[in-house]
Design a protein around this ligand. Structure first.
Ligand code: TXA
Ligand code: MG
Length: 311
């Protein structure tokens, strides 16, 4: 069910969960001061309670008020990249952020989304927790239709059309004496060098048993189809292929184009839609053309495809 900004605000204030657009992906929103709605988010998504939620804000002051001590460069990062696809993990005062939101951790993730509708809602409701609006494990939702696929047509969705970025925010964590990337995202690590004076290292947190970003432990972005990440030489006879529009692929394969090899932004925007399309068309196995660059946003795209192909 599509709802207006006004209805979304009313529903959220009355303790309900509403899906809404951000510039990265759609989020499932609940007010930070509505514990029942927060609990529902975990239930609706089938999300483990050990995977904390990001708190979305309309101003930096809310973060300052919740925080215990702000890591060096916090303000410079927030001022340079907010509103925008950056989540900053900050030590908090435990009484200011419900334990369920942060899965009992002494920190919480904050971000100010760059979407006019999201900001309009946030200004009225105050801080909102918002995980991506997909069933746990599935590709994130980048269109209102994706939210309806996962949660049904009666689920309230604020319609903002397609998302501009198409992949989630980059998450930075301060590990003395430096910020590190614990989830690659829509902002490439190199952009932070302007503010920090160094490029934060990507921790590849999912290789650790106790990652700094708990979400890296769980299955993610996966369609029902088994993905074979590989070589164009081995694609003969492939029923489904995810590929690039400059390339030619075996004649009888159904090719879903991610976009152009010259345009990582375009590929990021189309990525989850393409993974969902595989399910829509009943694909059981699909080959992915992994022969693309690895710098900048391409690194995020490669990481999402690797995760989507796991398990
Ligand atoms: O772009 C985005 O970030 C989207 C939109 C809706 O804002 N949201 C999103 O939320 O991707 P979600 O819940 O799908 O992913 C949040 C990630 C999880 O991997 C979680 O473990 C991590 O953020 N996270 C949240 N709080 C954390 C904390 N205190 N410490 C470390 N990681 C945290
Ligand atoms: Mg998610």
């Amino acid at each position: 069910m599509r709802v207006s900004v006004k209805q979304a605000i009313q529903l959220l204030r009355s303790g309900q969960v509403v899906a809404m657009p951000t510039e990265t992906v759609y989020g499932l929103a609940a007010c930070l001061d509505q514990p029942v709605a927060i609990e529902q988010i975990f239930q609706i998504k089938g999300r483990p309670s050990t995977n904390p939620l990001i708190i979305h804000v309309a101003d930096i002051k809310t973060v300052v008020d919740c925080s215990k001590e702000l890591p060096p460069h916090f303000k410079e990062l927030a001022e340079a990249f907010w509103p925008g696809p950056l989540t900053l993990i900050v030590p908090i005062q435990p009484e200011r952020v419900p334990a369920s939101v942060r899965s009992g951790l002494p920190t919480a993730g904050f971000r100010m989304p760059q979407h006019p509708l999201a900001l309009e809602v946030l200004k009225e409701t105050g801080p909102l927790v918002m995980p991506s609006a997909n069933l746990s494990g599935k590709p994130s939702a980048t269109r209102p239709e994706h939210v309806e696929e996962d949660f049904g047509r009666d689920f309230p969705v604020l319609d903002g059309g397609g998302c501009d970025k198409g992949v989630e925010s980059t998450i930075l964590y301060y590990q003395h004496p430096r910020w590190v990337v614990v989830r690659l995202g829509a902002l490439a690590p190199a952009v932070f060098a302007l503010v920090l004076g160094y490029q934060p290292e990507n921790l590849k947190a999912f290789k650790h048993e106790q990652p700094l970003c708990p979400g890296q432990l769980f299955r993610h972005y996966a369609p029902r189809a088994k993905l074979i990440l590989g070589d164009r030489e081995q694609m003969e006879g492939a029923p489904f292929i995810l590929g690039f529009k400059e390339r030619s692929y075996p004649l009888h394969s159904r090719v879903l184009y991610l976009g152009s090899l010259l345009d990582a932004e375009e590929v990021a925007v189309n990525l989850y839609q393409a993974l969902r399309q595989l399910d829509f068309e009943g694909a059981r196995v699909a080959w992915v053309d992994m022969d693309f660059p690895r710098e900048g946003l391409w690194e995020t795209i490669a990481e999402r495809l690797l995760r989507a192909g796991e398990g």
